[in-house]
Design a protein around this ligand. Sequence first.
Ligand code: HAM
Length: 422
Amino acid sequence: MGLQAPRGTRDILPAERVYWQYLEGIARQILERAAYREICTPIFEQTQLFERGIGEATDIVSKEMYTFSDRAQRSLTLRPEGTAGVVRAYIEHGLHSQGGVQRLWYLGPMFRYERPQAGRYRQFHQLGVEVLGSADPRADAEVIAVALDILQALGLNDLTLMLNSVGDREDRSAYRQALVDYLTPYKAELDADSQERLQRNPLRILDSKDPHTQAIVKEAPRLLDYLSPRSRAHFEQVQSLLQDLGIPYQINPALVRGLDYYTHTAFEFQDLSLGNEGTVCGGGRYDHLVEELGGPATPAIGWAMGLERLILLLRDRPLPPRNQPYLYMVTRGEAAERQGLILAQQLRHQGYTVDVDLSGSAFGKQVKRADRVGATVCLVIGESEATDRTVQVKWLASGEQVLVPQQELLSESWRSRFLAAS
Ligand code: HAM
């Protein structure tokens, strides 16, 4: 058997890549309008960063990391998410000393050893934002609004915003005890994963997909009832700002998210048609992470979108047409081929997309290929055109054809004719 891409990874072929470019273009525009600046961090980091940042009891750290030793026996890990690396960079480069709020965004591959299925991969891509240096509920509302802007600009209008508060550390430890006290008598009835989590990470049991566990959890104490007055006030302000912005949401007390660093606001945008893998964007506040990783106390909030999941939703929709003439050079005979190559370069320097047919096959076959790649116009140079330094311009949609001097195609009047045809 031939070689295949590793399990859980996928090639993005050119036909699909067009959707990625479209998505990245929209995201970049919306993020720049909101004054976010792009940051890139390494694809691998010291393993410790994720153990300390994401939490050792989480599924990501305990089961899903791609960890390896390099040749000097350093333990390194392919990043399973982007927040920890961005926070490390923020501290390492003293971005906090620049004062004010840092609004950062990033896009890149992440790696988790998960069981692959539609919408879940071992190498996947996230677009994410991190806003560092503000505890203001307006920051929470802003990141949610920016995420919604991106999703709506992509035409994804059927998503549900799920919102919760996981409180601060003190709220959670009081709640954790109450939850363990409630669940312990049911221990034997819980699914195997949840039994294991009862001591290590009981809040994650709220997320269980097992129907019987869900039924037990339904009657469990609610984290929202354990919030301190301060946490409650923050959560209420976030909701009231979302209402001001006209952003609908559903409160979901079971939304706890799979990473340990969250405090206060937690949210997800979900597409219920994608089933279990329907969360296209997840995020929340993480007010202690910067300090826990060795930086100054810095409240922060962010989110990440799974791009493969967005592409799955986008691929059913037609892309907006490209407003750019696509010219296809058809030549036959040595003189014509040489002239075609030169003219193609000149037209490319004018900003056109020019595809040169290199097959040397019959004119008819070359023109058919032009049609197949979606060219707007064929430029045909045969023996007699080569002698006269002319070119046949053939519009593929109408079949209309005119003979013109080659150099005339570089003029402004031809630019508008090409544009009109595309
Ligand atoms: P997360 O919920 O682990 O959060 O991941 C965010 C999104 O990445 C998910 O909602 C999903 O769309 C996508 N995703 C996660 N795992 C996979 C996978 N195996 N295959 C395909 N897509 C996947 C975080 O990673 C946090 N760093 C988000 C954040 C930023 N919180 C604060 N700032």
